[in-house]
Design a binder for this molecule. Structure first.
Ligand SMILES: [Zn+2]
Length: 302
């Protein structure tokens, strides 16, 4: 553990899942129709450009997990990101939850997604993030992520709602190298006195909907206890005018809509007050380590 006074000096990783409003599949497996997309409009380019400007003002480089078709449809944004020094990574081919059991189809999909992003970026893509993140029951999908040629995954965010059966990947929180050789760099969870664990320092809703100082305190606590964290956001999170698909459940509308008008200012303040960088930089000492002791997924589920 590092002294508390040094927690504010820890360099965290900031990540953006590059998708548009119509990729949300909370209403079920029916993708947005061409009419729905045309009606709401494509908004990712404007929102991501605003984020690029914000990152440039704060001299911060980040990791961008591009959904494959977002990269294909917006090659200029990918190039703009590369010129600014951001890390290009992959958010999958389809914006749907990864199947619970690893399959050849999933591996093939993830390979296609990686190649699609690589074709646009002209570089090898190392990182992957699963749509809707991964819980303990979905860890088998990480075999497909490894087989698809990624070096690291940053999707594991197991919530402990019951206070029982700790869903840990390893004994200690933080990066872990799996039996496949893939590095898992989990999202940070805050432990409550009740035993529940929630992503209060992970970004997303926590950055939009909770008091800012509370969020930052959770981040500092993680830094104090475990070192660098991975924080995430989305282009639509800074866009109060972004629509929702017909049929999206009310609770999703509520949680996804909360605080959008203030999140850009909060993000800028956070980048002013704490240090951030791309995942592959912040966690370089892990990712570049020679293979040593490995945790198996089976072992992680014990
Ligand atoms: Zn996503």
């Amino acid at each position: 553990m590092i002294p508390a006074s040094q927690a504010t000096q820890v360099r965290h990783a900031l990540s953006v899942d590059v998708e548009d409003w119509y990729h949300d599949q909370s209403r079920g497996p029916a993708p947005a129709t061409a009419e729905e997309i045309a009606h709401g409009g494509r908004r990712v380019a404007d929102n991501l450009s605003r984020l690029f400007e914000l990152f440039a003002r704060r001299k911060t480089r980040v990791t961008l997990f591009f959904l494959a078709d977002m990269a294909r449809e917006n090659p200029k944004l990918v190039r703009q990101a590369q010129v600014a020094g951001h890390e290009i990574a992959c958010h999958g081919l389809h914006h749907r939850r990864l199947p619970q059991v690893a399959s050849r189809q999933l591996t093939a999909e993830l390979c296609d997604a990686r190649r699609a992003v690589e074709d646009v970026a002209g570089i090898r893509v190392k990182g992957f993030r699963a749509p809707y993140f991964l819980d303990i029951a979905q860890l088998g999908a990480l075999d497909s992520v490894a087989d698809a040629g990624f070096d690291y995954d940053s999707s594991f965010m197991p919530l402990r709602w019951s206070g029982r059966a700790p869903p840990r990947l390893a004994e200690k929180p933080g990066p872990v190298r799996l039996g496949s050789g893939l590095w898992e760099i989990p999202l940070p969870l805050s432990r409550l006195p009740s035993g529940h664990e929630l992503p209060l320092a992970a970004g997303g809703f926590a950055l939009r909907g909770l008091p800012y100082r509370f969020f930052r305190r959770q981040l500092d606590r993680w830094a104090d206890e475990h070192g660098p964290a991975v924080v995430y956001t989305h282009p639509w999170e800074i866009d109060p005018g972004s629509p929702k698909l017909v049929g999206t459940p009310g609770y999703v509308r509520f949680f996804n809509g909360l605080g959008r008008a203030r999140v850009a200012a909060r993000l800028e303040r956070l980048l002013d007050e704490r240090r951030f960088g791309p995942i592959s930089d912040v966690f370089a000492s892990w990712l570049n380590a020679t293979p040593g002791t490995r945790e198996s997924i089976e072992g992680a589920q014990r």
